[in-house]
Design a protein around this ligand. Structure first.
Ligand SMILES: Nc1ncnc2c1ncn2[C@@H]1O[C@H](COP(=O)(O)OP(=O)(O)O)[C@@H](O)[C@H]1O
Ligand SMILES: O=P(O)(O)OC[C@H]1O[C@](O)(COP(=O)(O)O)[C@@H](O)[C@@H]1O
Ligand SMILES: [Mg+2]
Length: 321
């Protein structure tokens, strides 16, 4: 193998740049040429390919976002469009492709390997942490730290005004950001898609908290359940006197300098991706499990189910009595 390519796809995540840097520098260390594909699968289809060298990835380790940019390319679900992607790879002599993205991006990689025999290696990069085969995805730790920073600030003003605050966090259909940031931020209540909840239980908890002298109530809500305004309306119907505000954190959760955790994870995964290609491995997804960097076949990885950490959820309930 002489030339490899790299792209980032789906929602960007802090640490993607650290992974790009690791792929480029490890590739060059082993004598490979590394090409960057801009804007994910869209750039692969439209032939947006650039050469990457050691200095192309200088000064990016600490930056959020992705220097290769990213896109959501619906068209890629069509076989004839994926054929164009294959032709771009052929044209540039790219023999192995590293894809940094989430589950959707891995489905694209799976099809490229199945249909056109492309050597693909996937690296999990998404703030959602919703990839079953890995304990952590690149960007999740940074996003959680952004959320707890926001919770700390909102708690200051909530306490001063004796208010309840709903904080809506990202995660599409997954509640990992809500769970980890809710626990770490001392939320009174965490509402997420993986666990049943009831509006009556929530309102009872707020009423009980007020009686025992709590000055604030922080409710962390995962966007996959409902929106913050919808939840606020439901609470106000039951507790009309409650002083209630809501904050939707939105895309601030996707940006910012990656944490140490995300930089180390991204560096290890990026380097491993290159090693796997050099070992003639293909159709693999890299993961971290029990603090070890491992890899699985894409078909197997995509059919795994992520077990929700119910213990952590129960703990958050106990600690927020
Ligand atoms: N079933 C699929 N077949 C082919 N390509 C797909 C498929 N699902 C997603 N993709 C490609 O991967 C891109 C990113 O997927 P998306 O689900 O938006 O983000 P993520 O990879 O972060 O989960 C899509 O825009 C599309 O180009
Ligand atoms: O950037 P957009 O298009 O607003 O998408 C928002 C979604 O992207 C995410 O931030 C990341 O999702 P993906 O990793 O699947 O791309 C989700 O948490 C959120 O629901
Ligand atoms: Mg996804």
């Amino acid at each position: 193998m002489k030339t490899i390519g790299i792209l980032t796809s789906g929602g960007d995540a802090p640490g993607m740049n650290a992974a790009i840097r690791a792929v480029v520098r490890t590739g060059i260390y082993y004598g490979l040429k590394v090409k960057g594909i801009m804007r994910g699968y869209a750039g692969l289809v439209e032939d947006e390919v650039i050469d990457l060298n050691l200095s192309s990835v200088g000064d990016i380790l600490q930056k959020g976002g992705t220097i290769l940019r990213t896109a959501r390319c619906e068209e890629f679900k069509k076989k004839e469009v994926r054929k164009k992607a294959y032709e771009t790879l052929q044209k540039h002599g790219i023999e192995g492709l590293v894809i940094i993205g989430g589950d959707g991006s891995f489905r694209g990689a799976q099809l490229l390997s199945e249909e056109w025999n492309v050597n693909t290696i996937g690296i999990p990069g998404t703030i959602d942490n919703d990839i079953p085969c890995t304990d952590y995805t690149i960007g999740f730790d940074t996003a959680c730290n952004t959320v707890i920073d926001a919770i700390n600030k909102i708690r200051d003003t909530a306490t001063s005004h004796e208010r309840a605050n709903i904080i809506e966090v990202m995660g599409r259909n997954a509640g990992y950001i809500a769970l980890y940031a809710g626990l770490a931020g001392g939320a009174e209540m965490i509402i997420l898609p993986e666990v049943e909840w009831s509006i009556d239980e929530l309102c009872d908890k707020i009423t009980y908290g007020i009686k025992r002298g709590k000055l604030h109530h922080i409710i962390v809500l995962a966007e996959g359940v409902m929106s913050a305004p919808e939840l606020a309306k439901m609470i106000k119907e039951r507790l009309p006197k409650l002083d209630l505000r809501y904050t939707i954190l939105g895309h601030i959760q996707r940006g910012g300098a990656p944490t140490v955790m995300d930089r180390v994870l991204a560096s290890q995964m990026g380097a491993r991706a290159v090693e796997l290609l050099l070992e003639n491995k293909t159709k693999r997804i890299i993961s971290i499990r029990n603090n070890q960097i491992v890899d699985d076949d894409i078909d197997e990885a995509l059919s795994m189910k992520k077990e929700f950490n119910r213990k952590l959820y129960e703990l958050s309930k106990i600690l927020s009595i």
